[in-house]
Ligand binder design. Structure first.
Ligand code: GUE
Length: 283
């Protein structure tokens, strides 16, 4: 067996068409959806991601404002900007690009964003909504991973899913989304004694450790679906994920590439969350 690629660019294109239609319908009713993106400092990777997000908005007919600040921006000034955006009726989603400079407390920043505009789904309220199975914004990366898995046509119900990584932004919400979809879920992490012993039992593996070669061919069950959330650089400086693609792809049934897998879907679900926020306002 050799895996079929799950094309995140193609799936994004399809979902973004729907986003664009819903954005146009909202705009026609005088409620053009709007996203505010805040970038603090000059991390080059963050600058690239933010540029991609703004471009995706433009392509979908979503209004966006990009606010760039010097790394010396004070926490108080950032919080004051969030207060202004919270009460700006043209803005339906607010994203503060992470990571922030060390003198700014990210948790304080996240909690200042109105729950109604928390399109990243990073706030304690949004996390609680997800845990309780209530409506609310789902974090974009795991939300996108669910769409990628669903796109295979393989039912999630009853499957054994292993998530490697336990971050608040990816691993934990990913496990909850899979659980909500009736998978049996195992979470592995840096203190897990034998990750391979778990992943060899898995029908679905989601890898989100930020460490390349976390998942190798000797760790997967033939026919597994493999979702690679990682973005790393290999020794040649080329973009690569957390999965050793060369050894895993021949065994998997479906696998996401890096780039072109999860990354584009993260942005797509950000657009979707922004549309849904605007639709709630428009009624
Ligand atoms: N508040 C906040 N929300 C985020 O959603 C957030 C964040 N902070 N900080 C950083 C991470 C990372 N992230 C990515 C989004 C798209 C790609 C993406 O489009 N990747 C392309 C490749 C892009 C390239 O060429 O570098 C791909 O995988 O095909 C990657 C990474 C969002 N993040």
């Amino acid at each position: 067996m050799t895996a079929q690629l799950i094309d995140g660019v193609a799936l994004s294109r399809k979902i973004r068409e729907e986003v664009a239609q819903r954005a146009a319908a909202l705009t026609a009713r005088g409620h053009q959806p709007g996203l505010a993106v805040i970038l603090v400092g000059d991390d080059p990777a963050s600058a690239t991601y933010v540029k991609n997000k703004v471009k995706a908005c433009a392509d979908a007919g979503v209004h966006s404002v990009l606010e760039k600040y010097d790394a010396a921006l004070s926490e108080a000034d950032l919080l004051a900007r969030l207060d202004a955006l919270n009460s700006d009726p043209t803005i339906h989603g607010i994203l503060v690009q992470m990571p922030l400079p060390k003198h700014i407390d990210p948790q304080k920043v996240i909690e200042r964003i109105s729950t109604a505009k928390d399109v990243d789904g990073y706030s304690v309220q949004s996390a609680g909504d997800l845990m309780a199975g209530l409506p609310g914004f789902r974090p974009c990366t795991p939300y996108g991973c669910m769409k990628l898995i669903e796109s295979t046509g393989v039912p999630i119900k009853g499957k054994h899913a292993v998530v490697i990584g336990r971050s608040n932004t990816v691993g934990k919400p990913m496990a909850l989304l899979l659980l909500q979809a009736n998978a049996t879920v195992t979470i592995c992490h840096s203190a897990t004694v034998d990750i391979g012993a778990h992943t060899r039992q898995a029908d679905i593996v989601v890898v989100a450790t930020g460490r390349r070669d976390t998942l190798r061919g000797d760790m997967v069950k033939p026919g597994a679906i493999v979702i690679d959330v990682g973005i790393n650089r290999n020794d040649e400086g080329k973009l690569c994920g957390d999965v050793d693609f060369a050894s895993v792809a021949p065994l998997a049934s479906f696998i996401t590439p890096v780039p072109g897998g999860v990354g584009p879907m993260t942005i797509t679900m950000l657009l979707m969350n922004t549309i849904e926020s605007a639709e709630r306002v428009a009624g």
